[in-house]
Design a protein around this ligand. Structure first.
Ligand code: HXC
Length: 298
């Protein structure tokens, strides 16, 4: 779809790039010539991904262990990247989410999602953007949101609120930072099944059996469709495009509105079972987290 080396001389940070959508986006940007930085909380996962991607595509993938909820740590990590050279792009992909009845959430449960998605995305955007402005460099930010920014979504209220905040940030900073040559767009994907999202949003379900018949295109998303859109937005050919949130969901949200309305009839027992499954997944993740560290694969 693109010319080879479309992203030569681009240096792009993909937050949450060790797994899921972030890993796929990182792989595609790398294959088009960009130098890639990925950050996340699990060192082993990041290292494995960096190794896998460089084996597959060559090039350079740097990894940073980072908890986006810590503003000072984010600024320091971006400063470390800048010692190698300035970034040209940022993909705000990292997120946290789980389904829950909102009345069952604790304040800490709300914060577990909002601190990463809402605050963390701002911290990364701010740390990168202020450097671009100070150094009079243009820059490019693509954020992954959801179609819930338009429809709202039951049972994922902390995520819906936080993603709506990123949508507002995209529009606001496109206006405020346009004069500096910094542009911001967002992608609102429908269902592109990944293990992390499936475990937390559709626990126990086979993603390939879900929401296909109700989608106008009668299928789920194919990962290259999403990664091609990210590459298009990251590339230099259409730079007047800014402040937009582009849905890529086969028109599901136009046709059906919000996700998760099928959970409206769940019983207390079904909610307990979902919570237990999700917590099991979170505990498995935690075993792989470590302290701050930095590694390189090339
Ligand atoms: C209710 C829950 C819960 C659940 C956790 N909590 N799971 N509450 N139902 N299922 C509560 C806990 O009880 C606790 O509150 C608080 O949340 C913090 O829990 P921790 O386990 O300490 O949180 P933490 O280790 O920070 O983990 C954060 C996480 C976890 C969000 C809970 O899932 C995570 O790290 N996720 C990252 C990856 C991820 O979520 N991927 C899916 C992204 S999908 P109390 O009060 O008990 O102490 C996505 C949408 C894309 O983003 C959609 C595209 C269409």
């Amino acid at each position: 779809m693109f010319i080879p080396n479309l992203l030569d001389n681009h240096r792009i940070l993909v937050t949450g790039g060790g797994t899921g959508l972030g890993k796929e986006i990182a792989a595609h940007l790398l294959s088009l010539g960009a130098t890639i930085y990925i950050c996340g909380r699990r060192e082993a996962v990041l290292k494995d991904t960096a190794h896998e991607l460089t084996m597959r595509h060559g090039g350079q993938v740097e990894t940073l262990v980072l908890d986006l909820r810590d503003a000072d740590a984010v600024d320091s990590a971006i400063g470390t990247i800048w010692q190698d050279g300035p970034l040209t792009g940022l993909v705000n992909n990292a997120a946290g989410n789980f389904i829950s009845r909102t009345q069952d959430l604790s304040a800490r449960g709300f914060d577990a999602i909002a601190n990463t998605v809402f605050h963390g995305t701002f911290y990364a955007t701010h740390a990168v953007g202020k450097r671009w402005i100070a150094e009079q460099r243009k820059g490019n930010i693509v954020s992954i949101v959801t179609t819930w920014v338009r429809t709202g979504a039951p049972f994922v209220v902390p995520s819906a609120m936080s993603k709506a905040g990123i949508d507002a940030m995209t529009k606001s900073l496109a206006t405020e930072w346009g004069r500096y040559g910094i542009r911001l767009n967002a992608i609102a994907p429908g269902i592109f099944p990944t293990p992390g999202a499936t475990a937390r949003l559709r626990p126990g379900a086979d993603p390939h059996l879900l929401e296909t018949s109700s989608n106008p295109m009668l299928r789920l998303g194919k990962m290259p469709e999403l990664t091609n859109l990210a590459a298009f937005l990251m590339a230099d050919g259409c730079e007047w495009l800014t402040g937009e949130t582009i849905a890529i969901d086969g028109a599901y949200s136009l046709a059906q509105g919000a996700y998760f309305t099928n959970y409206m009839g769940w019983t207390d027992e079904q909610w307990q079972e979902a919570r237990d499954r999700i917590k099991g997944e979170t505990e498995r993740d935690k075993l792989l987290r470590t302290v701050d560290h930095r590694t390189t694969a090339s």
